[in-house]
Design a protein around this ligand. Structure first.
Ligand SMILES: Cc1cc2nc3c(=O)[nH]c(=O)nc-3n(C[C@H](O)[C@H](O)[C@H](O)COP(=O)(O)O)c2cc1C
Length: 194
C-alpha cells in the first residue's frame, strides 16, 4: 500500500479515458448521419449516451427515438474527427463511410466499425446543455474476426480509441495489448461479474 499525494485539478471537465463511439441516426436532410461521442456506458441490455442538447444528432434522436452505436478503431481517426468537428454536415458522406441500415432500427450501422449496437430510446433528459439518452440494446454485431465460434467476444483482440484530458487539452489514446482476466487479482481469475 502507498499513499498518493494529491493536487487540485483546475478544470471544468475531465475525461479519464472514455472510449470514442460514432452514434448513427436517421437524418431528415441527409437521410442518415453520424456524430462522434465519448460519453457512454453500457449496463446489461442498456446503454447511456450523452450529447449536447443543441446538436443536430440530439434533435434527430429525440425525434426518431432510435440510434446506433459504432465502435471505431485506430484506422478511422479522420472519420472520428469529421463526425466530431462538423456539426450539421452530411458526415457519413463527407467521411465516405459505407453503412447498412439496422435490422430493428432505421439508423445506420457503420460498416468499417468493429462493433455496432442497434438501440431504441427508452428515455432522455436534458441537464446543463447536455441530453442523456437511455437506450435499450436490440442487437449487437461485431467484425467476424472478433467473434468466437460460440458467439462470444474475443475480448483480447478489441482495439479501441479513447479520449483523455481536461478543459485545457484532450488527446486520443489507443488500447494496448496488455490484458488480464476479471477476477485475476482478487480470486485468481475465477469469477462471473455483471
Ligand atoms: C473525440 C471527440 C469526442 C466527442 N465527444 C462528445 C461527447 O461525448 N458529447 C458531445 O456532446 N459531443 C462530443 N463531441 C463533439 C461532437 O461530436 C460535435 O459537437 C459534433 O459536431 C456534433 O454534431 P451534430 O450537431 O451534427 O450532431 C466529441 C468530438 C470529438 C472529436
Amino acid at each position: 500500500m502507498f499513499i498518493r499525494e494529491k493536487s487540485e485539478l483546475k478544470t471544468n471537465k475531465l475525461y479519464y479515458n472514455f472510449p470514442i463511439i460514432l452514434v448513427g441516426y436517421k437524418d431528415d436532410k441527409f437521410n442518415y448521419n453520424a456524430t462522434t461521442t465519448s460519453a457512454s456506458y453500457s449496463l446489461g441490455n442498456t446503454i447511456n449516451i450523452g450529447i449536447k442538447s443543441d446538436s443536430n444528432s440530439t434533435k434527430l434522436i429525440k425525434k426518431y427515438k432510435e440510434f446506433t452505436i459504432n465502435i471505431p478503431s485506430k484506422e478511422l481517426m479522420s472519420e472520428v474527427e469529421i463526425c466530431g468537428l462538423f456539426s450539421g454536415n452530411n458526415k457519413l458522406q463527407q467521411a465516405d463511410m459505407p453503412y447498412t441500415i439496422g435490422k430493428y432500427v432505421n439508423a445506420p450501422l457503420i460498416d468499417e466499425c468493429i462493433i455496432s449496437f442497434e438501440c431504441k430510446v427508452i428515455k432522455s433528459y436534458d441537464f446543463e446543455g447536455y441530453t442523456h439518452f437511455l437506450g435499450e440494446i436490440k442487437r449487437r454485431i461485431a467484425d467476424k474476426d472478433l467473434v468466437a465460434k460460440d458467439g462470444s467476444l474475443k475480448s483480447e483482440e478489441i482495439s479501441t480509441i479513447h479520449y483523455v484530458g481536461c478543459s485545457k487539452e484532450r488527446i486520443y489514446r489507443y488500447v494496448s495489448s496488455d490484458n488480464a482476466k476479471t477476477g485475476t487479482f482478487a480470486f485468481g481469475g475465477h469469477t462471473s461479474c455483471g
